[in-house]
Design a protein around this ligand. Structure first.
Ligand code: KIV
Length: 287
Protein backbone atom coordinates (compact mmCIF):
# COMPACT_ATOMS: atom_id res chain seq x y z
CA UNK A 1 0.00 0.00 0.00
CA UNK A 2 1.45 3.42 -0.82
CA UNK A 3 0.61 6.40 1.36
CA UNK A 4 1.15 10.07 0.63
CA UNK A 5 4.25 11.45 2.37
CA UNK A 6 2.29 14.41 3.71
CA UNK A 7 -0.77 12.43 4.87
CA UNK A 8 0.11 8.92 5.92
CA UNK A 9 -3.39 7.46 6.27
CA UNK A 10 -5.80 5.78 3.88
CA UNK A 11 -8.11 8.53 2.61
CA UNK A 12 -11.64 8.74 1.23
CA UNK A 13 -10.35 9.32 -2.35
CA UNK A 14 -8.12 6.23 -2.01
CA UNK A 15 -11.17 4.06 -1.30
CA UNK A 16 -12.81 5.41 -4.47
CA UNK A 17 -9.64 4.55 -6.38
CA UNK A 18 -9.74 1.00 -4.97
CA UNK A 19 -13.25 0.56 -6.40
CA UNK A 20 -12.12 1.75 -9.81
CA UNK A 21 -9.16 -0.67 -9.68
CA UNK A 22 -11.37 -3.56 -8.54
CA UNK A 23 -9.38 -3.92 -5.30
CA UNK A 24 -11.67 -5.12 -2.49
CA UNK A 25 -11.91 -2.70 0.47
CA UNK A 26 -11.64 -4.13 3.99
CA UNK A 27 -13.14 -2.46 7.06
CA UNK A 28 -13.51 -3.66 10.62
CA UNK A 29 -14.86 -2.08 13.77
CA UNK A 30 -12.58 -1.13 16.67
CA UNK A 31 -13.27 0.56 19.97
CA UNK A 32 -9.90 0.72 21.71
CA UNK A 33 -6.25 1.38 20.97
CA UNK A 34 -4.95 -2.19 21.44
CA UNK A 35 -7.42 -3.88 19.08
CA UNK A 36 -7.10 -0.98 16.65
CA UNK A 37 -3.31 -1.43 16.46
CA UNK A 38 -3.64 -5.19 15.94
CA UNK A 39 -6.26 -4.74 13.23
CA UNK A 40 -4.20 -2.07 11.47
CA UNK A 41 -1.18 -4.38 11.58
CA UNK A 42 -3.32 -7.14 10.00
CA UNK A 43 -3.91 -4.93 6.96
CA UNK A 44 -7.44 -3.48 7.08
CA UNK A 45 -8.05 -0.30 5.09
CA UNK A 46 -10.31 1.45 7.55
CA UNK A 47 -11.53 1.11 11.11
CA UNK A 48 -15.06 2.06 12.01
CA UNK A 49 -15.66 3.14 15.58
CA UNK A 50 -19.16 1.76 15.36
CA UNK A 51 -22.02 2.58 17.69
CA UNK A 52 -22.22 -1.23 17.88
CA UNK A 53 -20.04 -0.37 20.90
CA UNK A 54 -23.45 -0.04 22.56
CA UNK A 55 -23.87 -3.82 22.22
CA UNK A 56 -20.36 -5.21 22.43
CA UNK A 57 -18.64 -2.73 24.77
CA UNK A 58 -21.34 -1.09 26.85
CA UNK A 59 -23.61 -4.12 27.24
CA UNK A 60 -26.79 -2.43 25.99
CA UNK A 61 -29.33 -4.39 23.96
CA UNK A 62 -29.38 -1.67 21.25
CA UNK A 63 -27.12 1.10 19.92
CA UNK A 64 -29.60 3.81 20.93
CA UNK A 65 -28.05 4.79 24.31
CA UNK A 66 -24.61 5.65 22.87
CA UNK A 67 -23.78 9.33 23.41
CA UNK A 68 -21.52 11.81 21.63
CA UNK A 69 -19.14 11.91 24.59
CA UNK A 70 -18.79 8.11 24.74
CA UNK A 71 -18.29 7.83 20.95
CA UNK A 72 -15.73 10.66 20.89
CA UNK A 73 -13.79 8.93 23.69
CA UNK A 74 -13.74 5.58 21.85
CA UNK A 75 -12.74 7.30 18.60
CA UNK A 76 -9.82 9.00 20.35
CA UNK A 77 -8.67 5.60 21.66
CA UNK A 78 -8.78 4.05 18.17
CA UNK A 79 -7.00 7.04 16.59
CA UNK A 80 -4.22 6.88 19.17
CA UNK A 81 -3.68 3.18 18.47
CA UNK A 82 -3.23 3.64 14.72
CA UNK A 83 -1.15 5.58 12.24
CA UNK A 84 -2.10 4.36 8.73
CA UNK A 85 -5.71 3.20 8.56
CA UNK A 86 -8.60 5.58 7.98
CA UNK A 87 -10.59 6.05 11.19
CA UNK A 88 -14.31 6.57 10.68
CA UNK A 89 -16.54 7.57 13.59
CA UNK A 90 -20.15 6.46 13.74
CA UNK A 91 -22.53 9.28 14.63
CA UNK A 92 -24.77 8.03 17.46
CA UNK A 93 -28.55 8.26 17.62
CA UNK A 94 -29.57 11.83 18.41
CA UNK A 95 -26.39 13.43 17.09
CA UNK A 96 -27.65 14.09 13.54
CA UNK A 97 -31.44 14.14 13.81
CA UNK A 98 -31.97 17.64 15.20
CA UNK A 99 -30.62 20.11 12.64
CA UNK A 100 -27.92 20.65 10.04
CA UNK A 101 -25.99 22.90 12.45
CA UNK A 102 -26.13 20.37 15.26
CA UNK A 103 -25.03 17.57 12.91
CA UNK A 104 -22.03 19.53 11.62
CA UNK A 105 -21.05 20.59 15.15
CA UNK A 106 -21.12 16.96 16.33
CA UNK A 107 -19.21 15.71 13.28
CA UNK A 108 -16.54 18.36 13.84
CA UNK A 109 -15.97 16.94 17.35
CA UNK A 110 -15.10 13.55 15.85
CA UNK A 111 -12.39 15.10 13.68
CA UNK A 112 -11.03 17.60 16.21
CA UNK A 113 -11.34 15.67 19.49
CA UNK A 114 -11.54 12.08 18.21
CA UNK A 115 -8.85 12.29 15.53
CA UNK A 116 -11.16 10.63 12.97
CA UNK A 117 -10.83 11.28 9.24
CA UNK A 118 -14.53 10.77 8.46
CA UNK A 119 -17.95 10.13 9.97
CA UNK A 120 -20.71 7.64 9.17
CA UNK A 121 -24.41 8.14 9.67
CA UNK A 122 -27.46 5.98 9.09
CA UNK A 123 -30.19 6.88 6.60
CA UNK A 124 -30.90 9.21 3.67
CA UNK A 125 -33.79 11.56 2.77
CA UNK A 126 -33.91 14.26 5.46
CA UNK A 127 -30.15 13.86 6.04
CA UNK A 128 -29.08 15.00 2.58
CA UNK A 129 -28.70 18.73 3.43
CA UNK A 130 -26.57 17.88 6.50
CA UNK A 131 -24.41 15.50 4.45
CA UNK A 132 -23.84 18.15 1.75
CA UNK A 133 -22.94 20.71 4.40
CA UNK A 134 -20.47 18.38 6.13
CA UNK A 135 -18.77 17.53 2.85
CA UNK A 136 -18.71 21.23 1.96
CA UNK A 137 -16.89 22.10 5.19
CA UNK A 138 -14.35 19.27 4.82
CA UNK A 139 -15.83 16.27 6.61
CA UNK A 140 -15.90 13.09 4.51
CA UNK A 141 -19.18 11.21 5.06
CA UNK A 142 -19.94 7.51 4.76
CA UNK A 143 -23.61 6.62 4.27
CA UNK A 144 -25.41 3.58 5.69
CA UNK A 145 -28.52 1.99 4.13
CA UNK A 146 -30.53 -1.20 4.55
CA UNK A 147 -30.69 -2.39 8.13
CA UNK A 148 -29.99 0.75 10.13
CA UNK A 149 -29.94 -0.44 13.77
CA UNK A 150 -30.70 3.01 15.19
CA UNK A 151 -34.23 2.53 13.77
CA UNK A 152 -34.78 -0.67 15.80
CA UNK A 153 -37.84 0.83 17.45
CA UNK A 154 -39.42 1.43 14.02
CA UNK A 155 -38.24 -1.84 12.42
CA UNK A 156 -39.12 -3.93 15.48
CA UNK A 157 -36.19 -6.30 14.81
CA UNK A 158 -32.98 -6.87 12.87
CA UNK A 159 -34.47 -8.54 9.78
CA UNK A 160 -33.22 -8.40 6.20
CA UNK A 161 -34.31 -5.10 4.60
CA UNK A 162 -35.56 -4.07 1.14
CA UNK A 163 -36.98 -7.45 0.25
CA UNK A 164 -39.81 -6.12 -1.93
CA UNK A 165 -39.22 -4.64 -5.38
CA UNK A 166 -40.62 -1.30 -4.21
CA UNK A 167 -38.32 -1.11 -1.18
CA UNK A 168 -35.38 -2.15 -3.35
CA UNK A 169 -36.17 0.65 -5.81
CA UNK A 170 -36.28 3.16 -2.94
CA UNK A 171 -32.94 1.92 -1.62
CA UNK A 172 -31.29 2.38 -5.02
CA UNK A 173 -32.70 5.92 -5.18
CA UNK A 174 -31.39 6.61 -1.67
CA UNK A 175 -27.92 5.35 -2.63
CA UNK A 176 -27.87 7.64 -5.67
CA UNK A 177 -29.01 10.57 -3.50
CA UNK A 178 -26.25 9.89 -0.94
CA UNK A 179 -23.69 9.82 -3.74
CA UNK A 180 -25.05 13.09 -5.15
CA UNK A 181 -24.91 14.67 -1.67
CA UNK A 182 -21.19 13.86 -1.53
CA UNK A 183 -20.82 10.59 0.44
CA UNK A 184 -17.53 8.85 -0.35
CA UNK A 185 -18.87 5.33 0.36
CA UNK A 186 -22.03 3.60 1.57
CA UNK A 187 -22.43 0.72 4.01
CA UNK A 188 -25.14 -1.71 2.86
CA UNK A 189 -26.32 -3.72 5.83
CA UNK A 190 -28.35 -6.92 5.56
CA UNK A 191 -30.02 -6.51 2.18
CA UNK A 192 -30.45 -9.18 -0.53
CA UNK A 193 -27.19 -9.89 -2.42
CA UNK A 194 -28.78 -9.19 -5.82
CA UNK A 195 -29.88 -5.73 -4.63
CA UNK A 196 -26.41 -4.98 -3.24
CA UNK A 197 -25.01 -5.88 -6.66
CA UNK A 198 -27.49 -3.54 -8.37
CA UNK A 199 -26.59 -0.68 -6.03
CA UNK A 200 -22.86 -1.31 -6.48
CA UNK A 201 -23.28 -1.04 -10.26
CA UNK A 202 -25.58 1.99 -10.05
CA UNK A 203 -23.15 4.27 -8.18
CA UNK A 204 -19.50 5.27 -8.64
CA UNK A 205 -18.61 5.36 -4.94
CA UNK A 206 -17.73 2.13 -3.08
CA UNK A 207 -20.34 0.00 -1.36
CA UNK A 208 -19.22 -1.72 1.85
CA UNK A 209 -21.32 -4.77 2.65
CA UNK A 210 -22.26 -6.36 5.93
CA UNK A 211 -24.61 -9.29 5.43
CA UNK A 212 -25.23 -8.11 1.86
CA UNK A 213 -23.31 -10.63 -0.23
CA UNK A 214 -20.10 -10.69 -2.24
CA UNK A 215 -20.81 -8.11 -4.96
CA UNK A 216 -20.12 -5.09 -2.73
CA UNK A 217 -16.84 -3.24 -3.30
CA UNK A 218 -15.76 -4.09 0.25
CA UNK A 219 -16.82 -5.82 3.44
CA UNK A 220 -17.01 -4.82 7.07
CA UNK A 221 -17.65 -6.84 10.24
CA UNK A 222 -17.84 -6.07 13.93
CA UNK A 223 -14.45 -7.17 15.32
CA UNK A 224 -15.99 -9.00 18.31
CA UNK A 225 -18.11 -11.02 15.84
CA UNK A 226 -15.17 -11.90 13.56
CA UNK A 227 -13.13 -13.02 16.59
CA UNK A 228 -16.00 -15.00 18.11
CA UNK A 229 -15.86 -12.94 21.30
CA UNK A 230 -19.45 -11.70 21.11
CA UNK A 231 -21.38 -14.94 20.88
CA UNK A 232 -24.77 -13.85 22.22
CA UNK A 233 -26.32 -14.11 18.75
CA UNK A 234 -24.87 -15.00 15.35
CA UNK A 235 -26.67 -14.06 12.13
CA UNK A 236 -25.66 -16.35 9.25
CA UNK A 237 -23.47 -13.75 7.53
CA UNK A 238 -21.02 -13.72 10.44
CA UNK A 239 -18.02 -16.03 10.19
CA UNK A 240 -16.05 -16.62 13.40
CA UNK A 241 -12.35 -16.66 12.47
CA UNK A 242 -11.54 -17.83 15.98
CA UNK A 243 -13.49 -18.98 18.98
CA UNK A 244 -12.57 -15.94 21.08
CA UNK A 245 -15.15 -16.49 23.82
CA UNK A 246 -13.93 -20.07 24.39
CA UNK A 247 -10.23 -19.08 24.28
CA UNK A 248 -10.76 -16.24 26.75
CA UNK A 249 -12.78 -18.48 29.05
CA UNK A 250 -10.04 -21.15 28.99
CA UNK A 251 -7.25 -18.62 29.63
CA UNK A 252 -9.01 -16.81 32.49
CA UNK A 253 -10.26 -19.96 34.19
CA UNK A 254 -6.75 -21.49 33.96
CA UNK A 255 -5.35 -18.36 35.64
CA UNK A 256 -8.03 -18.51 38.35
CA UNK A 257 -7.05 -22.13 39.05
CA UNK A 258 -3.32 -21.27 39.01
CA UNK A 259 -3.80 -18.51 41.60
CA UNK A 260 -5.95 -20.72 43.82
CA UNK A 261 -3.52 -23.62 43.57
CA UNK A 262 -0.54 -21.27 44.09
CA UNK A 263 0.99 -22.09 40.68
CA UNK A 264 0.96 -18.34 39.89
CA UNK A 265 3.18 -16.39 40.34
CA UNK A 266 6.25 -18.58 39.92
CA UNK A 267 9.71 -17.57 41.15
CA UNK A 268 10.58 -16.31 37.65
CA UNK A 269 7.58 -13.99 37.80
CA UNK A 270 8.74 -12.29 41.03
CA UNK A 271 11.18 -9.43 41.71
CA UNK A 272 14.13 -9.90 44.02
CA UNK A 273 16.17 -7.38 45.99
CA UNK A 274 19.46 -6.78 44.22
CA UNK A 275 22.06 -4.04 43.95
CA UNK A 276 20.93 -3.18 40.42
CA UNK A 277 17.21 -3.25 41.07
CA UNK A 278 16.85 0.44 41.73
CA UNK A 279 19.02 1.40 38.78
CA UNK A 280 17.09 -0.87 36.43
CA UNK A 281 13.72 0.44 37.48
CA UNK A 282 14.93 4.06 37.30
CA UNK A 283 16.04 3.45 33.71
CA UNK A 284 12.73 1.79 32.96
CA UNK A 285 14.67 -1.13 31.47
CA UNK A 286 13.01 -4.02 33.26
CA UNK A 287 9.34 -4.69 33.71
O1 KIV B 1 -22.00 0.23 14.37
C1 KIV B 1 -21.45 -0.54 13.58
O2 KIV B 1 -20.61 -1.36 13.96
C2 KIV B 1 -21.84 -0.48 12.19
C3 KIV B 1 -21.33 -1.56 11.29
C4 KIV B 1 -22.02 -2.81 11.59
C5 KIV B 1 -21.42 -1.19 9.86
O3 KIV B 1 -22.55 0.39 11.81
Amino acid sequence: MSYSKTFPRVTAPMLGQYKREGRRIVGLTAYDAVFAALEEEAGVDFLLVGDSAGNVIAGHSTTIPMTMDSMVFLTRCVSRGTSHVMVIADMPFGSFQVSVEDTVRNAVRFLKEGGAQAVKLEGAGYLLPAISRMVEVGIPVMGHLGLTPQRINVFGGYDVQAKTREEAKQLIEDAKALEAAGCFAIVLEKIPSSLAEEVTKAIQIPTIGIGSGPACDGQILVNYDLLGIFDKFKPKFIRHYMDGAKLIHEAVSTWVEDVREQRYPSAAECYQISDNAEKNSANGKKR
